[in-house]
Structures are given as structure tokens and as C-alpha cells.
Ligand binder design. Sequence first.
Ligand code: SAH
Length: 256
Amino acid sequence: MIITIFNKRRRCFSQTRKHCVYLFTAIVILSLSVLNCRADVNTEKDYASQREKMVTEQIEARGIRDPKVLKVMRTVPRHQFVPEKLQNLAYGDHALPIGEGQTISQPYIVALMTEVIKPEKCIKVLEIGTGSGYQAAVLAELCQSVYTIEIIGSLGKRAERVLSGLYKNVHVKIGDGYQGWPEAAPFNAILVTCAPTKVPRPLAEQLREGGRMVIPVGDAGAQELVVLIKKNGRLEQQAIIPVRFVPMVDIKGKTY
Ligand code: SAH
């Protein structure tokens, strides 16, 4: 008799436990699908609000004022230019790895360099160091045409794929940007996103009279972002801020 009651209780207990497990599994599955749906529906909206926050807190707060630049920084989908695994970090206040030991620049630096060249719908721009293609995208929104050169083939190809899906006015070349792009020169503006120790002469030559070049100059430890303005064939130089960019290298990987 006692044994029967005990067995009944055990059965009862094990059934309750089974029900608990079913219930728990159902809750987990339901929550996961709800989360998944949320991600699918809201992602672009989430990214848009992250971009808004990025512009207010990182870019306007540090003194970028050109309304065209601010508008474009609010528009270009930066997350599409970073590796998929890092997309949730795309709008943070920092550079991010893009593979091959290279980085996409911090949003503020992209905005600053863009503002410094005084972008206009009628100008032709050369960028050295395509990397992810993000800076080229920002320029493509504001300028007539963008010529961009990347020395690492895999990065250049990936950037070209993303850019060609979004813009018709960007030309990507894989090669050594130290030499510039003589066939497309002269340029109204040149924006260099890798650092040589001295301003490359071919780039100075390919800058149009009255044009502006923004470039980080110096060795790995101490680079300065400078703006050069061509006046009467000579370059006037003005320092902006200390920065840290990847070095400009030649085909063998030697730093310029
Ligand atoms: N503008 C990029 C940031 C690029 S980081 C962006 O928006 O993501 C700098 C890039 O310069 C790297 O991809 C690096 O491979 C490239 N680079 C270095 N030396 C170069 C050279 N001589 N010519 C062209 N690209 C170069």
C-alpha cells in the first residue's frame, strides 16, 4: 500500500517535471522567435537611430558644422562597410578592423577630412586607401566623381562590390596610390587615408590649382593630419590634429 502511494507520487512528480521542461522549451523557442522577428523588422531603423546618435554625440559635439557633411553622415549606411560580425559596433566612436590588418576610420575623422576638402557637387576627388569603401561612399554623396585606389586586392574588390551597388560615380582601382591616378588628374581635392612620412610628389602634382589635399603625415608614432592648399602652383600647409593612421606602403609592404 505504502509502496503504491510512493510510486504514484513519484510518477506524479516526474510528470510535473516533464511538463516544466516542455513549458520551459516552449518559452525559450517563443522568445527566440520574437527576438529574431524584432531583429529582422527593426534593424535598419535601429541603425538609423545609431547614426543619429553618432552624428550628435561624436561629430557635431566635436565641432563639425557643414550641414551637407552632417546630413551625409546621417545617411550613409556605415554598417554595410564593416565585416558582418562587427556590424553592431559600426556606429561606435572608434576605428574598426576590416581584415588584412587594416581599419575603417573613426566616424569623426571621416567627417573631419570630408569637411576639410570643402566638398561640392561639381568637384572630382581622389582618395588614397579605399579600405572598406566608407569614406569613398561619403564623398560620392557630396561630389561629382570619386577616384579611389587601394593597394590590397581583396579589400579593393570587396569595397568595389559594395560601392557599385550604391553609387554610379565611384571608380575603384587596385594599385599603389603613391603614384596617384594620372589618367584622371587633375583633381579638385585629394584625401589620403594612409600615412606616408612625406607628402607624395605625384599627388601634389595631380592637385588642381586652388585644390585641397588632406593627408596624415609622419611615422607610426607621431602623425599630423594636415591640409595643403595649392596656390600659384605652391602648397600652403596647415596642421589640423595629431592622428594615427595605418602607414602608406608600396607593393612590397615597405613604408613610404
Ligand atoms: N578610407 C578607408 C580607411 C582605409 S585604412 C575607409 O573608409 O575604410 C587605409 C587603407 O590604405 C588600407 O586599406 C591600406 O591597405 C591602404 N593603403 C596603404 N598603402 C596604400 C597605397 N600605397 N596605395 C593605396 N592604398 C594604400
